[in-house]
Design a protein around this ligand. Structure first.
Ligand SMILES: *[C@@H]1O[C@H](CO)[C@@H](O)[C@H](O)[C@H]1NC(C)=O
Ligand SMILES: *[C@@H]1O[C@H](CO)[C@@H](O)[C@H](O)[C@H]1NC(C)=O
Ligand SMILES: *[C@@H]1O[C@H](CO)[C@@H](O)[C@H](O)[C@H]1NC(C)=O
Length: 462
């Protein structure tokens, strides 16, 4: 099902960019780059008639019939002109969601330009989508902030294009350096990576546009959070709970920047397994997200929150067979006769982006199931072989890989018995021949590569 025109527009824009030879740098999310303090404040939302359904196309707006004033304040409170209260959250640097008066609003922040050079106008939104909590009464809207925010220019020209088109080569010197400077994890060359260009390797890690220089640091743990965590087991893994495996098989995203779709599908897949005690073991279609969701940018990137959360609630997910993975930004071609699986709730752990911490993640992992997260992928990570990863600072001399943001699924945690090092166990989407059978472990408790900054909780409806 085609849910709107924005994705078409985004993909067309991607294609245009490709033609204008920026090819290589187009991967990522939207070029928008807005910060919490840009968005916080008072907004006017201009909203169309609430007569649409979830196929609504908000590329162009009908007549405005509702004008709402929402004041967004710290940390996640929103109040309307009648003093009704609700909640709001940033979604990374891309946009924000407001939940109030039994309605939910989401829009991307306004920007002009492209992935390489853009200007964000953080006091305006693109046209967004609004619907009531029954997910039936839809409208379109846009928001203007009442106080102006200075335009924010963003430049991502840091890698020359000719390098991006080159084939990725394993940097044996880097691998040697990683393996001699520390013993926590080992690196190796992956011959299969050499089939990719440098650009595609970047896409596998999240894409250039997903760079964010200062993600929020974890929220301090409260005494209650610490007390609850002290009751949890030292080691935990959803792949083996009394011999039962609640995690679906590892997949391979190829050279498409679709990690977020794999991570968020995997979260709902585990949620369904847990809720049905493994009576259902669905594998959902990341291609449906890549090709059909207006809340993501296809192979150019997207966010767990908007796909495993909002899209799964608004549109529902289909089985892999209904739109088989191609790893390309193809037009939407999902079999419309397929049934859909929904989530009833979704939230950033702690209730908003910025509230996450290790304690909340431990508790939610055990109580709610595997969780999609995002973290920074540095040069050295691609060559991870096994052990407990931390960023070594070792650079790849051949391939100018950038720090990018990658979506993955945490399935467990533990403590290394000999060193006492704490870790998360994480499902990647780089095939089961990568890392520890497709998984990796990463240092826990220190927000390594920002992995403790944006965990997602969803409630799947079997
Ligand atoms: C939803 O929209 C329809 C069509 O506009 C309307 O008849 C109905 O009353 C609305 N329901 C709610 C709960 O707003
Ligand atoms: C919203 O802001 C934009 C940009 O400043 C402006 O062009 C537009 O007229 C505003 N819309 C309304 C309804 O005030
Ligand atoms: C699951 O865990 C149990 C207890 O630790 C262990 O005996 C068993 O071998 C594990 N099963 C698998 C498939 O790893």
């Amino acid at each position: 099902m085609m849910v709107g025109g924005r994705d078409r527009e985004m993909r067309k824009r991607g294609v245009v960019l490709l033609l204008v030879c920026w090819a290589a740098l187009c991967a990522g999310d939207t070029p928008g780059n807005c910060m919490y303090d840009d968005i916080r404040g008072t907004w006017t939302f201009y909203e169309t008639e609430r007569s649409g359904d979830n196929t609504i196309n908000c590329d162009t707006l009908g007549p405005i019939v509702h004008t709402k004033t929402f004041t967004l304040s710290f940390p996640n409170n929103v109040m309307d002109e009648l003093n009704n209260e609700g909640t709001w959250t940033m979604v990374w640097n891309q946009g924000f969601e407001v939940n109030i008066n039994e309605r939910s609003y989401y829009a991307f922040s306004y920007y002009e330009g492209n992935m390489l050079i853009s200007t964000s106008y953080c006091d305006r939104t693109m046209n967004g989508w609004s619907r009531d909590n029954t997910v039936r009464n839809w409208s379109c809207f846009f928001g203007n902030k009442t106080t102006p925010v200075a335009p924010r220019p963003t430049s991502r020209v840091t890698v020359v294009e000719s390098q991006l088109q080159q084939h990725y080569n394993n940097d044996h010197n880097m691998i040697h350096n990683i393996n001699t400077m520390q013993t926590s994890w080992t690196a190796k060359a992956y011959p299969q990576h050499e089939k990719y260009t440098v650009q595609e390797m970047l896409n596998r890690g999240g894409g250039v546009g997903s760079m964010l220089t200062s993600p929020p640091t974890p929220a301090p743990a409260t005494p209650e959070q610490k007390a609850r965590v002290s009751l949890l087991p030292d080691n935990f893994d959803w792949r083996n709970i009394s011999g039962q495996n609640y995690v679906t098989p590892v997949r391979d995203q190829g050279g498409c920047g679709s990690c977020f779709a794999f991570a968020s599908m995997a979260q709902v897949e585990s949620g369904i397994r847990i809720a049905t005690k493994n009576q259902r073991s669905d594998v959902f279609s990341p291609q449906d997200i890549v090709s059909c969701s207006v809340l993501a940018q296809g192979c150019l990137g997207g966010f767990n929150y908007l796909t495993g959360g909002r899209y799964a609630q608004d549109q529902g997910l289909v089985a892999e067979e209904c739109n088989i993975y191609t790893g390309q930004g193809d037009p939407c071609n999902t079999d419309s006769s397929c049934g859909r699986t929904y989530v009833s709730d979704y939230e950033y752990l702690g209730g908003y982006y910025g509230a996450c911490n290790e304690e909340l993640m431990l508790q939610s992992l055990v109580e709610d199931g595997p969780m999609a997260v995002a973290y920074m992928v540095f040069d050295d990570f691609h060559n991870y072989e096994g052990g407990i990863y931390h960023y070594t600072g070792v650079k790849n001399e051949f391939n100018p890989l950038e720090m990018v943001n990658h979506g993955v699924l945490i399935v467990g945690y533990g403590v290394e018995p000999t060193t006492g090092e704490k870790f998360w166990t994480v499902k990647n989407s780089w095939s089961d021949t990568w890392g520890e059978d497709g998984y990796f472990r990463i240092r826990r408790g220190t927000n390594e590569c920002s992995i403790e900054s944006m965990a997602l909780k969803v409630t799947a409806i079997p």
